[in-house]
Ligand binder design. Structure first.
Ligand code: SF4
Length: 135
């Protein structure tokens, strides 16, 4: 039997509490608060305590979906990302960078949100970037 704790960030809100995923034989089986995390200091709300519950849920999407003939079908990450890159380039070329907008999420980490605004501004060239916490 192999057991380990993996330190990560709670995915449920912008507070970003630290938690340890309890991994038993390669499977996440629970959550423990991270005592040394500078923000949460060993505390979690009920969502954080259950942050592992969705990982193996049968309804969880684990593959990207693309619409083909009006139906969503599974595809590979390479194909999905190529399609997104192609469509973003096409829109930018045809209608300019401000034809594109990005909406980020409190369920992403601060670092991921930073990267999305950087991508919007530096790669696409638009300031059309917002965040669900402002909705
Ligand atoms: S434990 Fe609760 S307060 Fe902390 S990040 Fe998760 S959802 Fe937010």
């Amino acid at each position: 039997m192999e057991y380990k704790n993996i330190l990560t960030t709670c995915p449920f809100c912008g507070v970003g509490c630290g938690l340890n995923l309890q991994v038993l034989d390669g499977k996440v089986v629970g959550v423990l608060p991270a005592k040394t995390h500078p923000l949460s200091r060993g505390s979690l709300c009920v969502k954080g305590w259950n942050a592992h519950a969705f990982i193996y849920h049968k309804d969880r999407l684990t593959q990207p979906l693309v619409r083909r003939n009006g139906k969503l079908v599974e595809t590979s990450w390479d194909e999905a990302l190529d399609l997104v890159a192609h469509r973003l380039s096409e829109s930018k070329a045809q209608s300019g960078p401000d034809s594109i907008a990005f909406l980020s999420s409190a369920k992403a980490t601060n670092e991921e949100n930073y990267l999305l605004q950087k991508f919007a501004r530096a790669v696409i060239g638009t300031n059309n970037i917002d965040h669900c916490a402002r909705l």
